[in-house]
Design a protein around this ligand. Structure first.
Ligand code: ZN
Ligand code: ZN
Length: 552
């Protein structure tokens, strides 16, 4: 078979049609290369679910072919799913930059993983990694909201595949290390078979502001604040945290770190040399002596999470700090879709406390970490790919990115928008979807006793039914004096005549069943179905009905 007839298969397992749980597999003959393994946050209707990770059945089945796993950066939507996946797979050589691996290692304890369970290789954004016979990966640096962020030029027998990674083109990043655009230009010159590129802001015209602009806006607010200043952002946005620490230092404020993930991530970043601080970062336990205008808090809760530091401050339930009129809160973040309500609630509570609140878009205290249209066009023009795959976005973002590509003077020959699980078949002449592998999502409850356990769709459906329709529990006791007790929650008030009616229906079924010596399961059904029919007719609702039979 000549090289021309051979095929490269690109299989996205997450990150298509969504912003979250990014993961891509590339297969050539008997070799597989994996890229990232992220998590996503659930929609509001996925009750009790804390995290979503990609279903990787196909990867597990083909584990013997996997030659390497390359990581773009340390954000949760790229590495957050790895602890769950590592448990299902043999040891695979995994390549990531220092901070990326630092954040990954930071999860080990919680998931009872140790260094001996993994095969981590630290690389830099200047490295070329020969993964296997068919795959060689050139790392290149792209600016984003976290240091050590990279994209890949993946050399395959069919040609170069460029993966942009998450990026914006920031000419003033906090560490001064700008994007390796020359590597993209060089790849473009030598020929790019396909480009996989970040679509998050493909609807947004112009350029995404620099982290420097965010710092300037925050500094202006801090400069005129007389009280305490509280700033919240994602704890993994190390670039931004660095800039806020600089602002605090310039205005003679000590930085106080609040919230578990903020404490953890700042300490990892500091240990690895990614955060420069003049004074040690302290916790709220150590601030007894400091005046209001001498402190700046960096705290968790930018998404309105009820247990996070900012929500506790806003609701007045923080154990050590009470907000006072004149304090300033800066929200350097946008709500992730689904969190708007929770964030809105926190903002209202802050206003109630007469606190000065600053949040985007009214104040330029946040900038996206993702490229807008002009930046996306530059990447398209530098690489001039034969084929184009818009990635890291919902359908609207992908379609707009596709249109943008088509509008270029040198547009790709063909572009496609795949779904998670699609097998994208690439030859030198064509790209097409040629089938599907099993893909989807695993729901994870991370709170409480079920920590880290998988939740199935039937469980979610029961939870939705419970929350939307309520529950009716019928306790039927057999015996010489049969009794029925009906307990309901979320259906009708106590003592409502509806409950008497349910009791009557159940009692009739119970007595008849006993007389006819029917089996217990049948009696339960004889109670369940008439009660369900009655409730639907009387209330139009379908609560969860749980009949139980006790031998009295
Ligand atoms: Zn990212
Ligand atoms: Zn991302």
């Amino acid at each position: 078979m000549s090289n021309n007839e051979r095929k490269l298969r690109i299989i996205p397992l997450g990150g298509m049609g969504e912003i979250g749980k990014n993961m891509i597999a590339m297969e050539y003959e008997d070799e597989i290369l994996l890229i990232d393994g992220g998590l996503a946050f659930p929609d509001a209707d996925m009750l009790g679910v804390d995290l979503l990770v990609p279903r990787i059945d196909w990867v597990v089945e083909n584990a013997h072919k996997i030659k390497g796993w390359v990581l773009t950066h340390g954000h949760e939507d790229h590495i957050g799913g790895l602890p769950y996946m590592l448990k299902l797979l043999p040891k695979i050589p995994m390549y990531g930059a220092k901070l990326t691996l630092g954040f990954l290692r930071g999860k080990f304890e919680e998931f009872k993983l140790s260094e001996s369970d993994v095969d981590l290789h630290e690389v830099t954004t200047d490295d070329r990694i020969k993964i296997s016979k068919f795959f060689t990966v050139d790392y290149f640096r792209m600016t984003h909201s976290i240091p050590d962020n990279s994209g890949f030029i993946i050399h395959t027998p069919l040609g170069r595949i460029v993966h942009s990674g998450d990026f914006k083109l920031d000419y003033n990043p906090a560490d001064g290390k700008t994007s390796h655009l020359h590597k993209l230009a060089q790849a473009g010159e030598e020929g790019v078979l396909a480009l996989i590129s970040d679509s998050t802001n493909a609807e947004r015209p112009g350029y995404t502001p620099s982290e420097k602009d965010v710092m300037a806006a925050v500094e202006e607010i801090v400069a005129r604040s007389k009280g305490r200043v509280i700033v919240t952002t994602f704890s993994s946005h190390v670039h931004r945290l660095q800039n806020f620490i600089r602002v605090a230092e310039r205005h003679d404020r000590r930085v106080i770190i609040e919230g578990r993930s903020m404490i953890k991530n700042t300490s990892i970043a500091q240990e690895l040399g990614y955060l420069e601080v003049k004074h040690p970062l302290v916790s709220s336990r150590d601030i007894g002596e400091l005046q209001d205008d001498k402190v700046l808090f960096l705290c968790t809760g930018s998404q309105g999470q009820p247990m996070a530091a900012l929500s506790r401050l806003a609701s007045g339930t923080h154990s050590k700090i009470q907000l006072r009129p004149g304090d300033t809160v800066i929200m350097s973040s946008n709500p992730i879709p689904g969190n708007e309500e929770a964030v809105g609630r926190v903002i209202n509570q802050l206003y109630e406390r007469n606190v000065n609140v600053y949040y985007p878009p009214a104040y330029k205290v946040h900038a996206s970490g993702h490229a807008s249209q002009e930046e996306l066009k530059l990447i398209l023009d530098l690489t001039r790919p034969t084929f184009f795959i818009p990635w890291h976005g919902e359908m609207r973002h992908q379609v707009n990115h596709q249109k943008l590509a088509a509008s270029m003077s040198n547009p790709p020959k063909k572009s496609i928008i795949p779904e998670n699980g699609d097998i994208i078949e690439v030859t030198r002449d064509d790209i097409k979807i040629a089938g599907q592998v099993e893909a989807g999502v695993i729901f994870i409850d991370s709170v409480g006793r079920r920590k880290g356990e998988e939740t199935t769709e039937p469980i979610i459906r029961d939870r939705q039914m419970l929350s939307n329709e309520g529950i009716v529990v019928i306790v039927a006791v057999m015996g010489r004096q049969p009794t029925v007790e009906v307990i309901s929650r979320g259906v009708v008030d106590k003592n409502h005549e509806l409950l008497n009616e349910i009791e009557k229906i159940s009692m009739d079924s119970l007595k008849r069943g006993m007389k006819e010596k029917r089996r217990n399961n049948d009696i339960r059904d004889d109670i369940f179905y008439p009660v369900r029919r009655y409730l639907r007719k009387a209330t139009g609702r379908s609560p969860l009905i749980v009949p139980t039979l006790i031998e009295g």
